[in-house]
Design a protein around this ligand. Structure first.
Ligand code: GLY
Ligand code: MN
Ligand code: MN
Length: 440
């Protein structure tokens, strides 16, 4: 199977989207723009996921419009105009002719023509779908509609229904095609191998960001130009900080290190967490807590198949984690009652997982008509139970404090069960210890 999404698939997505919309409708999707980091320096460009999903076009400052009337589609792609001076400074632009030749557009336009062309293209369209609430687009849509209303005596009729495109586009993105599943498989494999590399490279005294450097190097050498998100590399108590990205401390002998890192491959994200001992050997408290989290990870993954309710998996994790906390003496009382009053929240304060795809926290509703939805083949999600014992938690014995553990895997729901995409990286205590011992 190919390791890129084909032009044909991008065209099929546009057709599938429009097929779900009212007759005589149009969609508008805006690209991302460059973002300044500081004077004259920009962040590396990352296209908007939904724009890329429907276009495959990765230049900034673009916009796509697809119209459907009498069952026929008309695809307009607005892009930055060719400009030799700008291209000397900032690089090649495809241009209005290029998007027709290379990206399947029926009509290419310069982005500078938006205000002139869009009111013309929307004349007579009854339903307009776009991402309602997207700050940068709403004022522009208002402007185009105002322009159209000002031309009413010329017979111009603006769309009468403004509808939420996200409702449809996000559902499409939630169910991954065979080609998308393959991208996610590759992203997870690159991520998994990078975690193995970090385990092999870890030793006391190494800085957290240096361990991340091994990960980033592996991502790049395997063809993943960017990570899917900023890595979390938290030694000791830093592992208890859920969104720790400073990564600026030295790793200490006797501590655990929690690494949450994932590659982005062809716009698809890996998202893996492993927690392991800096010196290669778990101490008794670390091991005891780790085994509880591992059991939650394994049992939740074993549940995943079509029809299983997203929240039932979360409840399974709560039961295993809370039972483990009681058995280790970190919580006292009846397990059901502790779950009822959310006593576990001192130690496990996030959800068990999330959809995974082009965005690491991918789009798609978790509930339908107020009910947690059942899983379907083609969905991809993470399973990431954790236990975090705050350094200042005086309700537990000192020996437990400052231990943070999360074990996160990427799972594809299949027709009969699931496929663990991140399975290549070890997570059993003895597997981790022997992998690390081989590298010493
Ligand atoms: N890396 C972000 C998350 O695990 O949700
Ligand atoms: Mn995650
Ligand atoms: Mn993660």
């Amino acid at each position: 199977m190919s390791d890129v999404i084909s032009a044909q698939e991008f065209a099929q997505r546009r057709a599938a989207l429009l097929a779900q919309l009212e007759e005589n409708s149009a969609i508008i999707i805006q690209s991302a723009s460059m973002v300044a980091r500081n004077s004259d320096v920009d962040y590396l460009f990352r296209q908007d996921s939904t724009f890329f999903y429907f276009s495959g076009f990765n230049e900034p400052d673009a916009l796509l419009l697809v119209k459907k009337s009498a069952g026929k589609l008309e695809y307009h792609l607005f892009c930055q105009p060719r400009n030799l001076e700008m291209e000397i400074w900032y690089g090649y632009r495809c241009g209005a002719l290029g998007v027709v030749e290379h990206y399947g557009a029926d009509f290419g336009h310069s982005i500078t023509e938006l205000d002139e062309k869009i009111p013309e293209l929307l004349d007579g369209v009854s339903h307009l779908y776009y991402s309602l609430g997207r700050e940068s687009l709403n004022p522009q849509v208002n402007k185009w509609l105002t322009t159209m209303r000002s031309r009413s005596r010329r017979g111009v009729i603006p769309p009468s229904h403004l509808l939420q495109l996200d409702d449809v586009s996000h559902e499409m993105r939630l169910i991954k095609s065979a080609a998308e599943q393959q991208m996610l498989r590759i992203a997870a494999k690159i991520s998994a191998d990078a975690h193995i590399k970090a385990m092999r490279s870890c030793q006391p005294g190494v800085m957290e960001f240096q361990l991340d450097a091994h990960i980033q190097h592996h991502f790049a050498m395997q063809g993943a130009q960017q990570p899917a998100y900023s890595s979390i590399v938290g030694g000791g108590k830093n592992g208890c900080i859920l969104h720790y990205i400073n990564n600026d401390q030295a790793l200490r002998d006797g501590d655990l290190v929690l690494i949450d890192a994932g590659a982005e491959y062809q716009y698809y994200a890996g998202d893996i967490t492993r927690t392991f001992p800096v010196n290669g050997t778990f101490n008794p408290e670390q091991k005891a807590l780790y085994e509880v989290v591992l059991q939650a990870n394994l049992r939740c993954i074993a549940m995943l198949k079509p029809g299983v309710c997203f929240n039932a998996v979360h409840q399974c994790a709560l039961l295993i984690l809370t039972t483990g906390l009681v058995e280790l003496g970190l919580l006292q009382g009846d397990v059901d009652e502790l779950i009822e009053r959310e006593a576990y929240k001192d130690f496990f304060m996030h959800k068990l997982g999330h959809w995974l795809g082009m965005d690491v926290h991918d789009v798609g509703n978790y509930k339908i008509d107020g009910q947690w939805r059942g899983l379907q083949a083609g969905m991809v999600m993470t399973v990431e139970p954790g236990l975090y014992i705050a350094i200042d938690n005086m309700k537990v014995e000192a020996r437990w404090r400052g231990i943070g553990i999360r074990i996160e895997d990427d799972i594809l729901v299949t027709e009969n069960g699931c496929e663990v995409l991140s399975g290549a990286v070890p997570k059993g205590v003895s597997e981790i210890e022997s992998l690390m011992a081989q590298s010493r």
